[in-house]
Design a protein. Sequence first.
Length: 584
Amino acid sequence: MNPQAVLKSNFGYDAFRPGQERAINAVLDHQNVLAVMPTGGGKSLCYQIPALMQAGLTLVISPLISLMKDQVDALAANGIDATFINSSLDYAEINERFSQARQGAVKLLYISPERLDSEYFDRLAELPIDLIAIDEAHCISQWGHDFRPSYLKLTDIIHHLPTRPTIIALTATATPRVAEDIKQRLAIQQEVQTGFARPNLSFKVVKDQDSDRFLIDYLKLNPDQSGIIYASTVKEVERLHRLLTKKHFQVAMYHGQLSKEERRQNQDDFLYDRVLVMIATNAFGMGIDKSNVRFVIHDQIPGSIESYYQEAGRAGRDGLPSEAILLYKLRDVQIQHYYIEQSERDEASMTMEYQKLQAMSQYGNTQKCLQRYILNYFNEDAPDCGQCSNCLDTRALQDVTIEAQQVLSCIRRMGERFGKEMVALVLTGSKNQRVKQLHYEKLSTYGLMQQRTKKSVTELIDFLTAAGYIAPDGGQFPVLKITEEGLRVLLGQQKVARKVALKANKSLPENDALFEELRALRRELAEKQNVPPFVIFSDQTLHDMCTVMPDTLDEMLDVKGIGESKLQKYGEQFFQILRNYQEA
């Protein structure tokens, strides 16, 4: 049988997904392959189909113990003989499964990398292994976001096997540097990469909001949807679990301090839709093949784009529209800093982790397309997605060129030797002792932004960094460098615009009660359409309604943010509130 026939007869699909057939054919030609495909892209078929077409055994190395059982069960449901060996089995069970593999009774044997020690090597050497599939292959690279020392044994194991099996390494998150490292370590020449884009995912960043209030409102808006809420600490997971349980939501929690039985029960409740929402640390999810997760919300920022994209990618595995939302809070970045500081890494590795965290923080501050930002991180170019929160942001652009030039000038006058905190102190005219010691109160840029708070100046620096005008250089305490694009701004050759929440015009009368009534209607419409309120109208538009106070429906077109389409959709309902107010 050919791969297409096996796909149909054993798995029931009529056509391959992008990259699958190319990877399968390369494996069948005995070429070592690296397959980089997005979560939900069908990586497992790239080794399962060759396993059924070859005479010997396929050894699948995976760190995901829970996923092993799920995949073995799924293969069994398709009439395919498979089994696994991991720490959940006793000695007798392990012996029995090795015996089955040796006798040719199974086609796929799943094993965790921790089992690849001297005790098991002799048994592996007895098996007729044709193919070795290495799942989550980024774990083998020291540059990967989830490097695991146990994976380093793989090269020795493979090298000392009596036969030389074909290798296929698979991952959903590999930067060019990580991909090159994997290929070098495993002697791989062929790479199949289908791109990292997940068109069905809508990415959102929510800043400067009460995150608890956001979660409660979001779950009310999505009462029948399954989702995951990630937090960085056990303490935060338990706090959110108490909060949302008290609000009568169906939630479970998952973290490493729960007993093995509690974790298993909570995971099963989520998988079988007995609870809709799982609140978890990053210990949860890698082994979960649940296709109908409609949203993934990060209550706290993860440590890297790789981690974020892998975790966010657990939404919408079935290809249906889903959301990935980051609740960005500056204090949560400090939690990740603490984790890096406490890790037992060498200086080079720590610097790399700090740089990854900087990229993740920039994601939270960019005003560019969010999906495009992620794809660019993986060295893939892409157009704007048109559906992320930045692409849908209806706030007006404000020219901040002068402010940007002030920041850039200050960085230059400080010799590009300091980070954002020190630059903000100088710009706001701080009396800080360190500023005085360095005589920076004598700089021409000292106090240029004294009318602003240090927090707002720091946020501006974060924006300029995310926009590419400034580049942080270094690890734990990065210094700010001006990029070529930033230099053009400094020289007046390029302007800088930023979307900001505009304050209402206080010189004109505005009734707070009227604004709240308009906002209530907007919230009601948003809930019915299951969209964020700003998609209906921005706060600026509601403020302008209160100011313009149109006398006719046609005059609603004089309000900023209302065109013919929105007038037709929403004009009558909002105009009715304005008319009732005028007549009262």
